[in-house]
Design a protein around this ligand. Structure first.
Ligand SMILES: Nc1ncnc2c1ncn2[C@@H]1O[C@H](COP(=O)(O)OP(=O)(O)OP(=O)(O)O)[C@@H](O)[C@H]1O
Length: 260
């Protein structure tokens, strides 16, 4: 049986009287691409926030590579090897593409014990190594020709890719992607799917993605977890999920759409 990278056990999160997550349990095996889907307000972003330590759970466990990470802080989660991208692009628009990737790299180093001890002197450390690492990430994400351009000058699709590049700079073993396809055109979506497969196949990354773009989810994910009003209503292969009556009723809509 494959080894679990992420295990979510009986995770709940309340906001006052609202149960945004209710007793959620699922796991992601090493090297898997798993989709977390559901209608607006289902609790997907809340799940990401709790997993990445941005907010504490009301109850339940989050285990990453055998260690408990629930309750953060986010810097510790990043250093443990779990990185996240955001729904909207979260780049510094006036800073170069390379400078933005450098931010990701710093968050890794500064979050570590050694990094905290080294403090500001990090800028003087192994500048050539930093440059090589940035180049490698820009090569992987196909952004090398934009290296010195201000991030804000990139087309939207490339800005979203830059979000992935920044996350990669933390050297994650697992990546959580929050709506990576939102706002992308057909070609950009195909390109994104290629990149995510490449990260899984050639860089041994494990991926969990929240996404409303069903064609991408069905094509890319080996397994899908469906949330509705904070509760898991189904989990299975894309084929199982497409045919699941409860999922069709709550989210996918007409059977025609589900089979598209
Ligand atoms: N900080 C918060 N304070 C209060 N309620 C919140 C907070 N964050 C989320 N919620 C509520 O929790 C529920 C789940 O929201 P969440 O953003 O996790 O859903 P989602 O599945 O990511 O939705 P979408 O697909 O629209 O991004 C919603 O009812 C939302 O209004």
């Amino acid at each position: 049986m494959s080894e679990n990278m992420l295990m979510i056990q009986n995770l709940s999160r309340n906001f006052g009287g609202l149960a945004a997550l209710r007793d959620l349990t699922f796991s992601v095996a090493k090297g898997e691409i798993v989709g977390l889907i559901g209608p607006n307000g289902a609790g997907k972003t809340t799940a990401f926030n709790v997993i990445t330590g941005t907010m504490p759970p009301s109850s339940g466990k989050v285990m990453f590579d055998g260690r408990s990470i629930a309750g953060g802080p986010p810097s510790r989660v990043v250093v443990a090897g779990l990185a996240r991208t955001f729904q909207s692009t979260s780049t510094y628009p006036n800073v170069s593409v390379a400078g933005n990737v450098y931010r990701g790299l710093l968050s890794r180093i500064q979050g570590s014990t050694v990094g905290r001890l080294v403090g500001r002197r990090i800028d003087m450390l192994a500048a050539s190594q930093v440059d090589a690492e940035i180049d490698q990430i820009l090569h992987i994400t196909d952004l090398a020709s934009w290296r010195d351009a201000p991030a804000g000058s990139l087309p939207y699709g490339l800005q979203k890719k830059l979000g992935i590049a920044i996350a990669l700079a933390t050297r994650p073993r697992m990546l959580l992607l929050d709506e990576p396809a939102a706002g992308l055109n057909h070609e950009e979506c195909k390109d994104l799917a290629r990149l995510l497969r490449h990260l899984r196949d050639d860089h041994e990354l494990t991926l969990l993605l929240v996404e409303h773009h069903m064609a991408l989810v069905m094509e890319l994910c080996q397994r899908i977890v469906v949330l509705v009003q904070g509760e898991k209503i189904a989990e299975g292969s894309p084929q199982d999920i497409r045919q699941n009556e409860a999922v069709i009723e709550a989210y996918l809509g007409a059977p025609d759409y589900a089979h598209a």
